[in-house]
Design a protein around this ligand. Structure first.
Ligand code: BG6
Length: 523
């Protein structure tokens, strides 16, 4: 097979990088990465087109890719290298966060190759092996291998087994890593099984389980906020914090993803991974170092402190619902049960709300309210930490009316930033108080566009840094929390699933999870 190598992939020689360099931002490009081949199973799929290939382009644009970089896409379609490059070009032009620079894109695409075949075919792995050996020869050194499993989940054990059997799970003189997309299992038992299957052929240090929320700048900023400031730690506990609300609301419906979503639902799709990760980062003890195992040890400890509910307790701490039909923005939209590919009597939830407790010394007694849903009023992901009221109000009754407990709001998206609410005196001759906000916005503070989560995560996988990836014991601890709820909901085949108005804040039933006097934040 004729192979061409990448030349202009690194953006270091691109004048454009100089022009766009922002002194406020520590670019991803500053850290060297060893020569690497990225092999994407599902190289023509939706995720590859929308996220992975555009992320690779942006890394190339920043000069963050290794000097020697090659990409092999694997899929069933009947394509040659040139056709694959053309498809990739279209995807990058359509979905990249920045308009591609023709020279950088041309250089990058020259490093793209295509291998056709299905993921259970031994012959395909033989061809991948041949291609990699030929690329090693071209570069005069063994390239590190990063295998990216962007396939349907049933192929995760199939591909890892084939990697093991074909010997591709090791490469003399180079590192081999495997990135596995979510969902990792569909309940605790299947996640344990999948871990066993994957770890039969790979060492845990080679496995990079993705949760793209961990690649988001604002999610990492949660750790910066907690551990780079002395201000918050003294109040970050049950003595000062009254309750926490975590919201991951989306305004979109399920789109064309019925075949996946029907078997998943909101609890598996967002709570088990993204939302519980937010909770873990918010509540864990300070790690000794921002290093993969140190950080994940702390997350594991706090996840294990979230006691899963008993079957009988589930109705008291979990609510599920589905979006009904209705008019949003002048358009009549179908309800979940009317979406294409969804059973008319489907019991899959598009909304889930939970009330969790973290049973350790720091957090005992503080309720954590989580909610997520499709087709709600707007897209917002935020953590709202509400502090306890002041112990004594010294103001006259007129002044006390506006005194509210302090809140710290971490907005993950959109309008990324942090807001702290404070009580302040209203100007005038009376002592009257109302809340005001002290705000930090990413956009104005750093004057730059944040990289997409996948850019950071792909680069970390290439560097071998697993800090922002989920470890095997952690993934099982995450499932253990939601498993009893999944079981209780699966067993209950007769009660009505509440329906909520599209474009609303969700079902009224979710209010019952909140303690008296509390409300869900407005969406
Ligand atoms: C994915 C879910 O993991 O996260 C989707 O499968 C969801 O259903 C998406 O829409 C939300 O991600 P983001 O980055 O847009 O908040």
């Amino acid at each position: 097979m004729p192979l061409s190598t990448s030349h202009a992939v690194s953006g270091e020689s691109q004048p454009r990088l100089e022009e766009t360099e922002n002194p406020l931002v520590e670019g991803l490009e500053r850290l060297p990465v060893r020569s690497t081949a990225l092999i994407i199973f599902g190289g023509t799929g939706d995720l590859a087109q929308r996220k992975l290939l555009p992320a690779i382009y942006n890394l190339a644009h920043e000069g963050a890719l290794p000097e020697q970089f090659e990409l092999i896409g694997i899929a069933r379609g009947d394509l040659g290298d040139e056709e694959y490059r053309e498809q990739a070009r279209e995807a990058i032009e359509r979905f990249s966060r920045r308009r591609p620079d023709p020279d950088v894109l041309k250089g990058l695409l020259a490093s793209f190759h295509y291998v056709r075949g299905s993921f259970d075919d031994e012959e395909v792995f033989r061809r991948i092996s041949e291609t990699l050996t030929a690329l090693d020869q071209v570069h005069g050194e063994p390239l590190n291998r990063v295998f990216y499993l962007s396939t349907a989940p049933e192929f995760y054990p199939v591909v890892t087994q084939q990697l093991g059997k074909s010997g591709l799970n090791q490469a003399p003189g180079a590192d081999v890593r495997v990135v596995i997309e979510k969902p990792f299992g569909y309940n605790l038992a299947s996640a344990v099984r999948l871990n066993d299957e994957v770890l039969e052929y790979l060492d845990e240090s080679q496995v990079f389980r993705i949760d793209h929320y961990l690649g988001k700048e604002t999610v990492q900023n949660l750790m910066a906020l907690r551990f780079a400031n002395a201000l918050f730690e003294p109040v970050w506990n049950r003595n000062y914090i009254d309750y926490v609300q975590i919201t991951a609301a989306e305004d979109i419906g399920i789109g064309g993803r019925a075949s996946y979503y029907e078997g998943a639902g909101a609890l598996r799709d967002l709570v088990q991974n993204h939302m519980l990760q937010l909770l873990a980062l918010l509540t864990m003890e300070p790690p000794i170092a921002f290093e993969a195992n140190r950080l994940r040890d702390e997350k594991l400890k706090v996840l294990e402190a979230i006691v899963p509910p008993s079957l009988e307790d589930v109705p008291k701490m979990a609510v599920r619902a589905q979006y009904g039909p209705g008019v949003v923005g002048g358009r009549l939209l179908p309800g979940y049960r009317e979406e294409k590919g969804v059973a008319p009597d489907s019991r899959t939830e598009t909304y889930a709300a939970l009330r969790l407790q973290v049973s350790n010394w720091r957090w005992a007694g503080v309720p954590f309210y989580l909610r997520t849903g499709k087709r709600l009023a707007r897209k917002v992901t935020e953590i709202a930490v509400t502090l306890k009221p002041v112990p004594h109000l010294a103001f006259q009754s007129t002044g006390s009316v506006g005194v509210q407990p302090n809140q710290i709001i971490l907005t993950v998206q959109p309008d990324e930033g942090v807001t702290v609410s404070l009580g302040a005196k209203i100007p005038g001759t009376k002592m009257r108080i109302r809340p005001v906000n002290m705000e930090f916005h990413y956009g104005t503070a750093f004057l730059s566009q944040s990289p997409e989560a996948y850019e950071r995560l792909i680069l970390d996988a290439m560097r071998g840094d697993a800090t922002l990836f989920t470890r095997n014991d952690e993934v099982e601890a995450l499932w253990a929390i939601v498993d009893p709820i999944l079981n209780a909901w699966a067993e209950d085949t007769s009660s009505e699933i509440p329906q909520y108005e599209p474009g609303s804040a969700g079902p009224v039933e979710a209010n019952a999870l909140l303690d008296e006097g509390r409300k869900w934040r407005r969406l």
